[in-house]
Write a protein of this length. Structure first.
Length: 137
């Protein structure tokens, strides 16, 4: 597990609270997973849209911050394509475009069978500052 993954695992308390795991982080990429538990379900007994959004947003953040520089979301949207009644969901983020101040990312959310559950797009504003407590090793 690389530096960024370790940093996010330790410092993203909301993701930790929800049960999201960061599987891997690369240069402008990330993969995260969430095992759907009862507390992730909505009243229709399928994964809550907020849980799916949070999973995608976490992969987005890890990919966008993979250089160790602060990147903050300025826009994000999601399209839900099918219900996810349980199992494990995976969010795979990839950088689409990178400029000195803006980065664009595409995230796919799939179930454990590879079925597409949602698509997510996000844009970050890239600051010229390191992540707090960041240590390159």
């Amino acid at each position: 597990m690389n530096n960024v993954a370790n940093y996010f695992r330790e410092h993203d308390l909301f993701a930790k609270h929800t049960g999201i795991e960061l599987v891997e982080v690369g240069d402008g990429t990330a993969l995260a997973k969430l095992k759907i538990e009862d507390h992730h379900l909505n009243s229709a007994r399928v994964a809550h849209g907020g849980a799916i959004f949070t999973l995608a947003d976490y992969a987005f953040a890890a990919a966008a911050n993979s250089s160790g520089k602060i990147a903050l979301s300025i826009n994000a949207n999601i399209n839900f394509l099918r219900a996810a009644p349980g199992g494990t969901l995976y969010a795979e983020a990839r950088e689409v475009s990178l400029h000195p101040k803006l980065g664009t990312y595409s995230i796919t959310i799939s179930d454990e069978h590879g079925e597409l559950v949602a698509t997510f797009q996000g844009i970050v504003y890239r600051k010229n500052e390191d992540l707090p407590d960041w240590q390159q090793t």
